[in-house]
Design a protein around this ligand. Structure first.
Ligand SMILES: Nc1nc2c(ncn2[C@@H]2O[C@H](COP(=O)(O)OP(=O)(O)OP(=O)(O)O)[C@@H](O)[C@H]2O)c(=O)[nH]1
Length: 675
């Protein structure tokens, strides 16, 4: 415990408040210590405050009166001082200080691991370039990666098989230093833009794949945009694929590339363009040579000793191996004895498996490796850092988790406080309306009804957009991110998607329980939902919708439809008949003092039906829509009147007829809306 820390931060806060209120002559009341706190600094009594507490918890901890704490809170500028109001730890500390206490926080909470400063040049050694292959759907990325991968297998030990770990290495005979290129095996689906842009973050060289028989397409342009935004860090080579196809016009494609802003070498620019075929193997060696030439010019170097740093490029749970993450080493030496942290999890490395499939004891910069031993699954994109000891790793992660929890809690605090404030407001309004109703002489249900009506008006007026709550599951962390990216934007101002949680793994009973508790829908990409879990999800009265598919677009469509279903249906009015008022007269009705006012009309269009609602239109303006109480032909009650026939019409709640009013016989139909 370090008591001084809080005081320093409190001082800083006071300064901030003063600055923001600079024009005011006197310091504002909030964050202003009382004389009591100032004049008796030695008598401050130590108190340890939990990170989250309600106002009444603070009252108990400080052993003060509720009213005293509330007064102090008001003096600090807090408008809401109800006992169940949640306080931020900062406000709670300030209140404690204000009331003559010395609040403490745990200094260990600040500990974490961070990337090392840049290494001095004399410690740097060449490293393999990290190469990403990007381009439009079906332009041949997978085929090119497969062709390059088989080159690496062929060049490796006899019978060797490359494991699919999200990256692989290809040897380059002519390259100096580390004679390999590391290829990232990134997927090329349109919905995976998020992953691609992250992939580009660790990439040194981009191979822009353009099919020679198809030319520049929307995703080609998207990749060009990505390359432009990171042009200082990226080397670029264009691979014109499918050049074995008869009749392809590579010059035309190069023109298209120029038009899209890629200055190809043949036309005087600096971007090399290699014509390849994954079918015949044409140009593959040249492509590899070109990448290594680009890498040499860029002098890619990293320190091969010391603490390791890397990035997670893929992660998944594997039967028998547990949490597995493919890590790309960016600096240092990754040993099979290291303790690592990534995101909010850590690992004591159990095995290091490179693409060749044979365990190794150390891995160097530019190389990809599968790391097992993670306590939890790290996410694709997470920074991997080495801790000096296992304890250090655990400490850093405990603090990161605490911070994540706190952040979440404090965003919830706002919501909870707002919800409580609103509930109190609703109660007050209900009471007020009920009192008014009683004063008017109303009794019993009529009083309750007055309260209900006022609350309904208030609640109806301020409802935000409807939300489709989602629990997302996917096979690997990269796809979790992609699915979240594809779904989170769905909706409009009236209905939208809200993602409650997203994680790697199959749909579990826990997911269903959680979804059921909050009324959420489960979306699974490329994952299984066991039969028992699906059976439970289908249970009435609270079934949980579960949508799983290996096709992301299908999930997007399903979620879009489910979100559209939340939209209030639009009401379409269909007119089945029209009558024009020709004269207005009164008839006396048995048992009624007042005569009934009848619109003597003639049906001018369609059929006028008693069972349908009637809409009164005067000079184009709708005056009333209501129930038909009387429909008479001469003196006889009838159910409908055809076109051209005269009739008498009366409505339940309207009788201010005028000659020439139009009475429409209407049907109100609910129409589903789309997004
Ligand atoms: N003739 C010929 N066909 C090719 C070549 N490269 C790919 N193809 C074919 O083009 C089609 C698409 O190839 P993929 O490698 O799946 O393309 P992709 O870019 O990975 O596709 P997505 O993963 O869907 O983005 C397949 O039918 C391949 O057989 C090539 O060099 N020559």
């Amino acid at each position: 415990m370090v008591p001084g820390r809080v005081n320093r931060s409190l001082q800083r806060n006071r300064d901030e408040v003063r600055v923001s209120n600079a024009p005011a002559p006197a310091p504002p009341p909030r964050h202003q210590p009382s004389k009591r706190a100032k004049s008796k600094p030695k008598q401050l009594k130590k108190v340890v405050l939990p990170t989250t507490l309600r106002l009444d918890n603070l009252v108990n901890i400080l052993k003060e009166r509720l009213s005293t704490v509330q007064r102090a809170a008001e003096g600090m500028g807090l408008t809401d001082t109800r006992p169940d109001r949640l306080l931020t730890s900062e406000d709670a500390s300030l209140l404690a200080l204000e009331l003559g206490f010395d609040p403490e926080i745990n200094d260990d909470a600040a500990f974490d691991l961070f990337p090392l400063p840049l290494s001095p040049p004399e410690l740097l050694s060449p490293r393999p370039p990290i190469t990403g292959i990007f381009g439009h759907v079906d332009h041949g990325k997978t085929s090119l990666l497969d062709a390059l991968r088989s080159t690496s297998v062929a060049a490796g030990e006899a019978g060797g098989i490359t494991q699919h770990i999200g990256a692989f290495e290809v040897g380059v005979a002519s390259m100096e230093g580390e004679p390999t290129i590391t290829f990232l095996d990134t997927p090329g689906h349109a919905a995976f833009t998020a992953m691609r842009s992250r992939g580009a973050g660790v990439t040194d060289v981009v191979v822009l794949v353009v099919a020679a028989d198809d030319g520049v397409k929307p995703q080609t342009e998207e990749v060009i945009g990505l390359i432009r935004s990171a042009s200082d860090e990226l080397g670029v080579v264009v691979a014109l694929t499918k050049c074995d196809k008869p009749g392809v016009d590579t010059t035309k494609v190069k023109h298209e590339l120029m038009a899209a802003g890629v200055e190809v070498e043949d036309f005087g620019g600096d971007v090399p363009c290699v014509e390849v075929s994954s079918v015949t193997g044409q140009g593959l060696a040249e492509l590899v040579e070109t990448i290594s030439a680009i890498a040499e010019v860029r002098e890619l170097k990293a320190e091969r000793a010391g603490r390791v740093e890397g990035r997670v490029i893929e992660s998944r749970v594997e039967k028998g191996r547990g949490n597995v993450a493919t890590v790309l080493v960016l600096r240092g030496c990754l040993r099979n004895t290291a303790s690592l942290v990534a995101g909010t999890t850590w690992a004591r490395v159990r095995t290091l498996i490179p693409p060749s499939g044979k365990a190794v004891v150390s891995v160097y910069p530019g190389q990809p490796v599968e790391v097992t031993g993670w306590k939890d699954l790290p996410a694709a994109g997470d920074l991997v850092l080495e801790a000096a000891t296992e304890d250090e790793a655990k400490r850093a992660i405990a603090n990161r988790l605490r911070r994540v929890e706190q952040e979440k809690l404090w965003s919830d605090v706002e919501v909870i406080n707002e919800k409580q404030r609103r509930e109190a407001e609703i109660l007050a309004i209900r009471k007020d309306e009920e009192d008014k109703a009683k004063a008017k002489g109303l009794r019993g249900n009529a009083v309750l009804h007055a309260g209900d009506a006022a609350v309904e008006e208030l609640v109806g007026a301020s409802d935000g957009p409807k939300e489709l709550l989602l629990v997302i599951k996917a096979d690997v962390s990269g796809t979790v991110e992609a699915v979240v990216g594809a779904l989170e934007g769905i909706g409009n101002a009236e209905a939208k998607v809200k993602i409650l949680s997203s994680a790697v793994g199959p749909v579990t009973q826990g997911d269903v329980d959680m979804a059921r508790a909050v009324g959420a829908t489960i979306v699974g990409f490329n994952v299984k939902a066991p039969g028992s879990v699906m059976k439970d999800a289908a249970k009435v009265p609270n079934p949980v919708p579960v949508h799983t598919s290996p096709i992301i677009y299908r999930l997007v469509d399903t979620v879009r439809q489910a979100t559209a279903d939340l939209l209030p249906k639009s009401i379409e009015t269909r007119v089945h008949g029209e009558a024009t008022v020709q004269m207005v007269f009164d008839i006396s009705v048995k048992g009624r003092k007042e005569p009934k006012r009848i619109a003597g009309s003639k049906v001018s269009n369609g059929v006028f039906q008693k069972a349908r609602k009637a809409r009164v239109v005067r000079k184009g303006e709708v005056l009333h829509t209501g129930v038909v109480s009387t429909l008479k032909q001469v003196k006889k009650d009838v159910l409908e009147i055809p076109k051209g026939v005269e009739c008498g019409i009366a409505l339940d709640d309207f009788d201010a007829w005028e000659v020439d009013d139009l009475i429409q016989s209407v049907e109100e139909v609910e129409v589903a809306r789309t997004l």
